[in-house]
Design a protein around this ligand. Structure first.
Ligand code: G3P
Length: 197
């Protein structure tokens, strides 16, 4: 299983890279805002992503803020130009699926995020997503079993070997989540630095 770290904190990313454990990074607007507020003098979103991409060889997810397909494509194309290892993160909405299809067709990695059901994950795979991100912790928060979603997606994708989308277990909150994701066979877990450590 690959480990991504779910942070935009440069110091954390450097520290984890030195261990050889890190296969990639995921960010979101909240994590980016936190990092820029803490250490951002002179930096902006694009510069921060560029810096992270230079530290890590693997995929670095950078999220669009737009909610319409045209806006997602405009932002996604700018993000994809930053570095070859940028994975554009789009929400699992109808417009997000269209943006996924278009960006994937242009050779850009796409992480389709905010996945809350197995059927949504099937749609993301059919739209050509590089990664689909089921939000385990957020489902646990509302009294559901987030890991059950990962299990269902694994079973569905395994039924159709032509689907190449990787399952990226996200909103991971505990070391037990990491173990369960590995037992189920998630391709990747994106984990907060503290949990990874
Ligand atoms: O990877 C998704 C993540 O950033 C959301 O995590 O813990 O805020 O649900 P959480």
């Amino acid at each position: 299983m690959k480990f991504f770290v779910d942070t935009a904190d440069i110091a954390e990313i450097k520290d984890l890279t030195a261990t050889g454990l890190l296969d990639g990074v995921t960010t979101n607007p909240s994590l980016v805002a936190k990092s820029l507020a803490e250490k951002g003098a002179g930096r902006d979103f694009r510069q921060l992503i560029k810096e992270i991409c230079a530290i890590v060889d693997g995929p670095v997810s950078a999220e669009v803020a737009a909610v319409d397909v045209e806006g997602m494509l405009e932002e996604g194309r700018l993000l994809a130009k930053i570095a070859k290892n940028v994975a554009v993160k789009v929400p699992l909405t109808w417009d997000g699926l269209k943006a996924c299809k278009a960006l994937t067709g242009e050779g850009t990695m796409v992480n389709v995020t905010l996945c809350f059901s197995a059927n949504q994950a099937l749609l993301a795979a059919k739209a050509g997503a590089t990664f689909v991100s089921p939000f385990v912790g957020r489902l646990d928060d509302i009294g559901l079993d987030g890991m059950e979603l990962v299990r269902e997606i694994r079973a569905i994708y395994d039924n159709y070997p032509d689907l190449s989308t990787e399952i990226l277990a996200a909103s991971i909150r505990t070391v037990n989540h990491v173990k369960q994701a590995a037992l189920i066979g998630a391709d990747v877990a994106t984990v907060p630095a503290a949990i990874l450590k």
